[in-house]
Design a protein. Structure first.
Length: 164
């Protein structure tokens, strides 16, 4: 049985990762690991495994986390479920912050890599930095939502150039 990671890789399903995540949420809330927490962690890992076995396709990491979240919500410990949900949210924010796109926007806004490609725009000014960040945002939007996958790939491999 496999799980599809966020980057598309398939890895072998490891129920211990679920047990560890659930126990971490219990420990964050309770300050210790109890027998109840251990039992619930193993029950939820088994529940995820049953769901994965029923699925025709491998589950994604997000689907596994959704099942864990639902398993925690079905217990009397909604405080632990909230802790798990908050952890997921924080990790997603951190992944987003570290994405290549956000690094590009941050680089533009902080003027960390000024190239002054346009003689009419001073990229060191805040207006110039905003313009550079806006161009990066619009480029990503256009590539992801406004053109075919073939055109996008041709642009990214420098086979075609799409201006503005």
């Amino acid at each position: 049985m496999y799980v599809v990671k966020r980057d598309g890789r398939k890895v072998e399903f490891n129920p211990q990762k679920i047990v560890d995540a659930v126990l971490a949420a219990f420990a964050d809330v309770d300050g210790k690991t109890t027998e109840y927490a251990i039992t619930k962690a193993h029950n939820i890992a088994e529940y995820v495994e049953e769901n994965a076995n029923k699925s025709a396709e491998p589950l994604t990491v997000e689907q596994v986390q959704d099942i864990v979240e639902n398993g925690l919500m079905s217990t009397k410990r909604h405080d632990v479920a909230r802790c798990y949900i908050r952890y997921r949210y924080d990790r997603n924010k951190e992944r987003e912050r570290n994405s290549d796109f956000m690094k590009t926007v941050s680089e533009k806004l902080s003027a960390a890599n000024v190239q002054n490609q346009n003689a009419n725009v001073d990229e060191r000014s805040f207006g110039g930095r905003m313009g550079e960040a806006n161009r990066a945002l619009m480029k990503k939007y256009a590539l992801d939502y406004c053109m075919s996958e073939k055109s996008k790939q041709n642009h990214l491999s420098n086979e075609i150039y799409i201006h503005n």
